[in-house]
Design a protein around this ligand. Structure first.
Ligand SMILES: Cc1cc2nc3c(=O)[nH]c(=O)nc-3n(C[C@H](O)[C@H](O)[C@H](O)COP(=O)(O)OP(=O)(O)OC[C@H]3O[C@@H](n4cnc5c(N)ncnc54)[C@H](O)[C@@H]3O)c2cc1C
Length: 429
């Protein structure tokens, strides 16, 4: 398999061999799994089935993260002992340093259970926060926050979206951080800050210069959650489940919340730049996890179809409708998987900036496939499908947000079309 060290692929001169919008890069994908990764994938798969899936029922019924946290911490220790901790994390902070494609393959394995990513240390939002701290954090910030975050000793959250401004257009943020001596004083109202409950710090997106051009107005600032003025108003009920701990989304208020200037991450006004850096990998990580969810739902659908007798001795699987759902789901998952791996492969070779179309494509497409597959699996289970006796209802409730977070479908579709059409317009002139 080609690696980053092989350098970028050459541009091809024959315009027929690559679409106009693809920037002239011809990227034949290599489907082989790296030799060093294969045993890790196998070990992760075994661990997931033998150690993680048996713990699921404790969480699925109540969404009580704290009820399962001690057990999950034990499992984390075991994952570390097997050398599988922090798959996407850089090696200098104790991670496996997997490439995007390699992490994609790992993430698919872990996504099979809602607890997989947490137990292996690569759950959102910590994975994204870890990446930006690693890239933009000062020496002091890294010592205080990055080390403990990478080891799983603490958790973090990312606080950008606000109830009163459009999350799909964050240049309109209202939360403000005003300089006062050596401090920033932050005032604002945020919500859907995932995992704020129990987090040690938040990375807050706040306007530091309202007069700047719109993409230079905001900065990212680290706010320890024990800072006076940081208030967790509530864990927001999502389809009836408020959840807790890492498995929750909080409404927050920052009221005269004072933090030192040195808590600024990157430069002042660099908030959007860093957010883009954070969301690029984040989006592809979500898509990879969703493939694992697709596989779990597909397995459950097929198991139920073959075991449930519906007509005397005849199983549900004898019905043509069910067979169609199975065939359609398989085709959709296979195609989605190739699209995700293609995007990951492209990122590894030519970088995120050259893979924006592919990332946006998979963000809306894979979310849609996942929702369809989970829905068919639920329907196949009948009433059982909407109970908490299988993992399907958990996926249905907690993954509906996939079409909204990190950019709603409509925004990604508009972005894809804009980029593709721009290439044709440039070619026409
Ligand atoms: C489960 C979950 C977890 C989240 N975690 C976090 C987190 O940890 N931190 C954080 O800061 N935020 C988080 N969010 C918030 C998320 O990023 C926002 O909800 C998202 O950006 C959309 O913003 P909004 O909800 O304000 O919708 P709005 O911006 O009000 O948009 C509403 C709808 O309008 C439509 N729309 C918007 N723009 C366009 C357009 N250009 N063209 C056509 N239609 C459009 C879309 O259908 C969209 O769903 C999370 C959200 C969910 C659901």
């Amino acid at each position: 398999m080609a690696r980053e060290s092989d350098g970028p692929l050459p541009k091809v001169s024959n315009p027929l061999s690559t679409p106009v919008w693809a920037g002239g890069y011809f990227l034949p994908m290599d489907f082989s799994i790296p030799e060093s990764l294969a045993p890790k994938l196998e070990a992760a798969r075994t661990f997931l089935r033998e150690e993680i899936i048996p713990v699921e029922p404790d969480m699925l019924g109540s969404s009580d993260f704290y009820a399962v946290e001690p057990k999950l911490n034990e499992l984390r220790v075991a994952v570390k002992a097997q050398g599988l901790w922090l798959p996407q994390g850089p090696t200098d902070v104790g991670g496996l340093g997997l490439s995007v494609l390699e992490h994609g393959l790992m993430s698919e394995v872990l996504g099979y259970s809602p607890l997989g990513h947490y137990v292996f240390g690569c759950q959102a939002p910590d994975a994204g926060n870890l990446e930006i701290l690693h890239q933009y954090g000062s020496k002091e910030q890294k010592e205080r926050w990055l080390g403990p975050l990478a080891s799983g000793e603490i958790r973090s959250c990312f606080s950008m979206t606000e109830p009163d401004t459009p999350g799909s257009n964050p240049t309109e943020l209202a939360c403000a951080a005003v300089k006062d001596g050596d401090d920033y004083v932050i005032n604002g109202h945020k919500w859907f800050t995932t995992g704020a409950d129990g987090a040690a710090f938040a990375i807050v997106m706040a306007v530091t210069n309202p007069e700047a051009p719109k993409h230079g107005r905001a900065s990212q600032i680290i706010v320890p959650t024990d800072t006076p003025g940081f208030e967790l108003v509530r864990n927001i009920p999502v389809m009836g489940h408020a959840g807790s701990g890492w498995a929750s989304h909080a409404e927050l208020r920052y009221e005269n919340c004072r933090v030192p200037h040195k808590n600024l991450l990157g430069g002042e006004g660099a908030g959007f730049l860093i957010a883009q850096e954070r969301l690029g990998p984040g989006r592809i990580h979500h898509c990879m996890r969703w493939l694992g969810i697709c596989e779990r739902a597909f397995d459950l659908m097929c198991q139920r179809a073959t075991s449930r007798k519906i007509d005397g001795d005849k199983p549900l699987a004898s019905k043509q409708t069910i067979r169609n759902w199975i065939a359609e789901s398989r085709a959709e998952i296979n195609a989605a998987r190739l699209a995700v791996l293609d995007a990951a492969w492209r990122i590894d070779r030519v970088g995120f900036a050259q893979a924006r179309v592919e990332i946006s494509l998979i963000k809306f497409h894979v979310a849609d496939v996942m929702m369809r597959v989970v829905d068919r699996a639920i329907q196949t289970h009948g009433a059982l499908g909407i109970t908490s006796d299988t993992v399907l209802s958990f996926f249905y409730v907690h993954e509906r947000g996939a079409r909204i977070y990190d950019g709603p479908d409509e925004v990604h579709k508009a972005s894809v079309a804009r980029r593709i059409l721009r290439a044709y317009e440039e070619k026409a002139t």
